[in-house]
Structures are given as structure tokens and as C-alpha cells.
Design a protein. Structure first.
Lengths: 327, 375
């Protein structure tokens, strides 16, 4: 076991992937000498060379489109999009090509791309640097969408994403890059499947489902709740497409109450899908309506207002209370 | 038919690239032009190869006409005819080697034919029984890109892979004058030039992007579009099969020699509609069409063959029989393309199992089972 930050864990996971498979190549803006603006690829170009860790021109569609060509040539590209809000120029290549090429070609073509995107707010950034665009991709058939919440998962999940023969959009909770956790580098990748959610705190009164940067917030809420006598079960979804409904359903069967928390705007957010599914499948187990907490129906605001936009533990508990108060 | 790879002396490449102006080897009236240095690039193309090129173009035109007819008869949902672009497609495709890899758009039936793709397989997309039709790795040609320009990046990335592999081959992107305005094409130029990858960009400027004339895309030459990126261009008469063959050989030679990307603008004309859904009479004149019909690539090559005594009754009978046979095979194959079973809808979305998809597949099968087969 080693203790490392989420960012370092990703770096270590990328290193293992580069060592294990000579067809793995990293591509992105500033990922070489600089090591990426968040240093996630630090030292990798030095150790693996410019042919494995490739700085690209500033053109996001170009990054993904050339990665498609590399994949067709038998490579396994790992693309970094520098910030969440920079992914939109690449949106067409991702949803029209990366997601569809296998289907279009009746399984004769694989697109084993990993698209890494630092996402979410809370770092006091300027516009376009704090967004949560995960649902655009979760809505697109052919893509897998995952997001780790902690260093251990980050280390394993990035390797699993790279090893996947399906394209994986890999959302990295940027405000958690510096948070440290235990990483078991020797654990087999198969220990937890990439598409499985995990109960990270057990409870009996209310389930809070969260992912990425909001898992730590949900855990904070659970600890506060515990002190107040409310037993909160926290689920880290980890995979947003596919969603692990078994874990969600099992938890809702137990607690009868569900709050879904994410930074992305609530409207048409992942919480909407989860609420709909839970009402379809767990209706007679529910003690209260499913509640959602997330960003507002506004663009991501200026940094001095982001604390109002981003759900904190208190806003999660507010929704937990509403569940508990429901007759 | 395959035209053998010719050894192009690297040292002479700059000399050819230095040629400024439209590359034309066969004049509109079927005469060999004099003085164009590109003749050296097709010095090996003798009587037999010229006849083969003519045969290819004739068969491809016949396949195209049959597909048009099949669409008009309701057997295809749509077809994008290549009529008028046979020389641009056959000339460029016949310069390619088996290890080269093509990224076509949706009108490159002639290129796909030259790569060995079964024309019936091409129809699967247009009949709607599939979204594509063949295995790209079997023929060294990707399936058609319908989002115009997207494939220029794929070719560039593939070429980057060739470069990383140290392989002696090239990737070739086909796109049109309309796609030349797409951001992906600009980004492809940037990446290709920056990494000096072995890619050839073949722009078939057929003058029209549906209803938009090429002057709406650009007031400047497309061939020169790459110059700002450091990508040299060749402007070639796209209705001259020999000139296109020569230009593509040169571009490929640059790619194989590690000299990076080349942009070829094949100046041609789409004699038919954009697709079977289009009506060109709404936006262009018969006069213009007639002007270009006079430059028909097949008529031109035939005139050359005749002038050089390479056509006789046996040849004509043979070529026409090959074309008729291709058309008959296409029609038979088309009519035999059955609708896929509903379960095929759920196939090949992902490489590994996906619980949501499996659930939906089962639920839909269950729903279908509730339907009364007698109803």
C-alpha cells in the first residue's frame, strides 16, 4: 500500500499502462515536458519518449480525430482534453466517430480510446474550466463513461479504461487531484469491475448516490448526519455509463430513500435518469420521493459565486431531511 | 487490375513538385500533352495499362448507373453518384499499394472498387441494411465517412501510426470541395504538417457541394490551401486519369520518403445530382453541365486509345461485357440483401457486455413476442 494523491495515482496508472502495452500512446496539449497543466502526465514523456507521449497542436477535434486513426492502426490512444469546457470542439469526433465506429462497422473495428477530462468546479477558475459535461457522453450509445472519486480507484480505473476495447470517457475530479488516499498498486485490476458502483459508507435511513468530486462531499454529509443521528448510505457510482443499478436498487431496498448529488445541472442530469429508474423499479420500496441536488439551470458562474452553485454537505443534508420529513 | 509500383527517384521529387500549374497529360480532345514533367511519373503506363484504366472507369460508371437505377426503382434508399469523377477516383486509387490505407467519403465507389471491395457490399449502406458494408482491414479502405471532413483526421492519425511503426506506406484521405471548409480538414493539415506524417489529401473539387458552388467555399485555389501549413499542393486535371495517377504517385512517393503530407486538388465535375434526393436544375445551368460533359473523362481516354489504335471490336465487346456483368451481379446482389433481424439492432454497440443494452434487448424481444403474428 502506498499513499498518494489522486493525480499521482493517475500518473502511476498511466505509467503501468505504458509499460504493459507498447501500443498505448498518450496524446494531448502540454502533456509532454510540462506534464499536463495538472501534472498528471509528469515525467512520462521523459521516461517513454516523444513517440509514446505526444504533445499535440491546439485542436481538440484534431486530438480525438487523429486518435481514431491511430486506433484503426492498432494503437490504444489515451487523449487528454485539458479542461472540461474545452471538449466541445471534439464533441463531433467523440459522438459521431469514436462512439459509432464499432457499430457502423459491425464489430469489425475497435475504438479502444480513453479520453481523459479533468472536470468540475471548486478551484476558483475562469469560465470553461469548471464544467461537468458528463451527461452529454453518458447519453451517447457506444461510449463508456466513468469517474473515480479517490486515488485508489483512479489508479485502477485508468488502467481498466485503457485496457477496455470500448471507448471510455474518463472524467477526473480536478478539485480532488491533490487529495491523498491509499493505493494498492499490487491489487489485480479485476478486483472491482470498471462498471460497478460501490457502497463507500453503509447506512440505513437514506441513500446518497454521488460520483467523482461529490463523493467526498457526500461522505462529509454522512458524517455530519451520523452525529445528528441520521444513518446515510453513500454510493460512489464510479461508472456513469453503464450505471450499476443493482447496487443502487439494493441500497434503496434497504433505506427506502434516495438523494442523488452531482455538480452538473439537475435538469436532465444523471440524477434524472436514476430517479426515473428507481421509480420504475423500486416504487414500492420508496418511503419518499427521490430528491436531486446539483448545479442550477445556469451556466457555471464566476468563481466568487461557485460555492452557491456547487452542492455542499449542507445542501445534501437539506435534501436528506426532506426525504425523511416526507410523510 | 493493378498497376505495379514504380520506383520514383527521391532526388527528382522537388523537380516535379516545382511544376506550377494544372497537371494535364491528356488534353480534353484526347491528345498527349507535351512538356509536362509528370509524364516521367507514368512512363511505365503502356497500352495494356491504358486499356485497363479505361476498363476500370467503364465498369465503375456502369456500376454507378445501375445503382442509380436501383434507387429509382425503390431498391436503394439513396445513392450518391460519382458520374464524371471516374478518372479522379480510378487514377488516384490505381496509384495506391496494398498496404496503403484509404479514408473515403461517401462518393468514392470507384476508389472502393479499385481497392477490391465488392460493389454489392457498398450497397448495404445505401439500401439501409447496414451502416457500412465491408471490413476495412480486408481492403485497406475505411468505410464511408458521411460527416464530411471527419476522415481527414482519421487518415492523419493512421499516418501517424504508420510513422510510429516505421512502415513504408501511406494513408490517403478523400474529401470534396465542400469539406475543404470543415474545421477537421484544417486541423488535419495542421497535425499532418506538424508531425510530417505520410498522408495524401485528395480533394476532388467537383465544383458543387450540393447547391453551393466552390466559390462559396473559397475564392482561392484549394491546391494552395496547404501552403500556409507547409503542405505542398498539386493541382491536377481530375478528368485526366493519367494526370491523376501521376500526381498521386508523386504524393505517395513523398509520403514513403518521409517528406510528409501532400494536398492534391483534382479538378473535376459532378455530372449528376449530389444524391438521388437532389435536384441540380434548381441551382445550376444546363450550359454549365454541357461544358463539363464535353470534358468527360471516359470520352477523353477513349479518344486517346482510339488515336493510338488501342481500341478494336474485341476490346469493346470485352469491356462492355465486363460492365454488363458487373451491373447484373450488382442488381442480383442488391435484391438479395435482406432486412436484418430486429435483434441485430443491439449488436456491436460495445466490445464488452453492457447491462443496459442487454436489458433493452431482452425487453424488446419480450415485447415482440407479445405481438400477434396473425395481426
Amino acid at each position: 500500500m502506498a499513499t498518494m494523491s489522486l493525480g499521482k495515482a493517475l500518473n502511476a496508472g498511466l505509467r503501468v499502462a505504458l509499460e504493459r502495452d507498447p501500443k498505448v500512446v498518450l496524446m494531448g496539449e502540454d502533456i509532454g515536458k510540462l506534464g499536463g497543466v495538472f501534472r498528471v502526465t509528469e515525467g512520462l514523456q521523459r521516461d517513454f519518449g516523444e513517440r509514446r507521449v505526444i504533445d499535440t497542436p491546439l485542436a481538440e477535434s484534431g486530438v480525438i480525430g487523429t486518435a481514431v486513426g491511430l486506433a484503426l492502426r492498432g494503437y490504444r490512444p489515451v487523449c487528454e482534453i485539458q479542461f472540461d469546457g474545452f471538449v466541445y470542439p471534439a464533441f463531433d469526433q467523440i459522438v459521431s466517430q469514436v462512439a459509432k465506429l464499432r457499430y457502423r462497422n459491425e464489430g469489425r473495428v475497435s475504438m479502444p480510446l480513453t479520453i481523459r477530462i479533468p472536470y468540475g468546479g471548486g478551484i476558483g477558475a475562469v469560465e470553461h474550466h469548471s464544467e461537468s459535461p458528463e451527461v452529454y457522453f453518458a447519453h451517447t450509445a457506444g461510449l463508456r463513461v466513468v469517474t473515480p472519486s479517490n486515488a485508489g480507484d483512479a489508479h485502477r480505473m485508468i488502467q481498466q479504461a485503457i485496457a477496455s476495447d470500448d471507448p471510455v470517457v474518463f472524467f477526473e475530479p480536478k478539485r480532488r487531484y491533490w487529495e491523498k488516499d491509499e493505493v494498492d498498486e499490487a491489487a489485480p485490476l479485476s478486483a472491482v469491475a470498471l462498471d460497478k458502483a460501490r457502497v463507500v459508507m453503509e447506512g440505513t435511513d437514506v441513500t446518497v448516490a454521488a460520483y467523482g468530486p461529490m463523493v467526498a462531499t457526500a461522505l462529509d454529509a454522512a458524517r455530519i448526519g451520523e452525529a445528528e443521528g441520521i444513518s446515510i448510505e453513500v454510493i460512489d457510482l464510479r461508472s456513469l455509463s453503464p450505471l450499476d443499478f443493482h447496487t443502487i436498487e439494493a441500497s434503496v431496498h434497504k433505506t427506502g430513500r434516495l438523494v442523488v448529488a452531482h455538480e452538473a445541472s439537475v435538469f436532465c442530469g444523471l440524477g434524472a435518469e436514476i430517479a426515473a429508474r428507481v421509480s420504475e423499479r423500486c416504487f414500492y420500496h420508496l418511503e419518499s420521493p427521490v430528491r436531486r441536488v446539483g448545479g442550477f439551470a445556469t451556466p457555471y458562474p464566476a468563481s466568487k459565486m461557485e460555492r452557491h452553485f456547487l452542492p455542499d454537505a449542507d445542501r445534501i443534508l437539506y435534501e436528506v431531511d426532506r426525504c425523511l420529513q416526507a410523510a | 487490375m493493378a498497376i505495379a509500383q514504380v520506383r520514383i527517384p527521391e532526388g527528382k521529387i522537388p523537380e516535379w513538385m516545382g511544376f506550377d500549374g494544372l497537371v494535364q497529360l491528356i488534353s480534353v480532345d484526347g491528345q498527349r500533352t507535351v512538356g509536362c514533367p509528370y509524364w516521367d511519373l507514368v512512363a511505365d503506363v503502356g497500352a495494356e495499362q491504358l486499356r485497363d484504366l479505361y476498363r476500370d472507369m467503364t465498369v465503375v460508371r456502369r456500376i454507378d448507373a445501375e445503382a442509380m437505377a436501383l434507387q429509382r426503382q425503390g431498391e436503394l434508399g439513396l445513392w450518391a453518384p460519382l458520374l464524371g469523377q471516374e478518372a479522379a477516383q480510378v487514377g488516384s486509387a490505381r496509384a495506391l499499394q496494398p498496404d496503403d490505407f484509404v479514408f473515403p467519403s461517401y462518393r468514392e465507389h470507384g476508389v472502393a472498387y479499385c481497392r477490391g471491395v465488392d460493389p454489392v457490399a457498398m450497397l448495404r449502406l445505401w439500401r439501409g441494411t447496414a451502416l457500412s458494408g465491408w471490413d476495412p482491414t480486408d481492403f485497406g479502405i475505411a468505410t464511408p465517412a458521411i460527416i464530411v471532413g471527419s476522415q481527414a483526421l482519421h487518415a492523419t492519425g493512421y499516418a501517424l501510426g504508420i510513422l510510429l511503426d516505421g512502415a513504408p506506406s501511406a494513408a490517403v484521405a478523400y474529401f470534396g470541395d465542400g469539406a475543404s471548409s470543415e474545421g477537421d480538414v484544417a486541423e488535419a493539415f495542421g497535425f499532418a504538417a506538424s508531425y510530417t506524417v505520410p498522408v495524401v489529401f485528395v480533394c476532388q473539387n467537383n465544383q458543387w457541394a450540393i447547391s453551393e458552388p466552390v466559390r462559396l467555399q473559397s475564392h482561392a485555389s484549394i491546391a494552395r490551401r496547404g501552403e500556409g501549413y507547409g503542405i505542398p499542393g498539386i493541382e491536377v486535371d481530375g478528368n485526366d486519369v493519367l494526370a491523376v495517377l501521376a500526381a498521386t504517385r508523386l504524393a505517395l512517393a513523398r509520403a514513403y520518403a518521409g517528406q510528409g503530407p501532400t494536398l492534391i486538388e483534382a479538378v473535376t465535375y459532378r455530372l449528376g445530382p449530389h444524391t438521388t434526393s437532389d435536384d441540380p436544375t434548381r441551382y445550376r445551368s444546363h450550359v454549365e453541365e454541357d461544358e463539363w460533359r464535353a470534358k468527360d473523362p471516359l470520352v477523353r481516354l477513349r479518344a486517346l486509345l482510339q488515336a493510338e489504335g488501342l481500341v478494336d471490336d474485341t476490346f469493346d465487346t470485352d469491356v462492355n461485357a465486363a460492365a454488363d456483368e458487373a451491373a447484373a451481379t450488382l442488381r442480383r446482389g442488391c435484391l438479395a440483401l435482406a432486412d436484418p433481424a430486429p435483434d441485430a439492432l443491439f449488436e456491436h454497440v460495445y466490445a464488452a457486455p453492457h447491462p443496459l443494452l442487454e436489458e433493452e434487448r431482452a425487453a424488446y424481444a419480450e415485447y415482440l413476442a407479445t405481438l400477434d403474428p396473425e395481426a
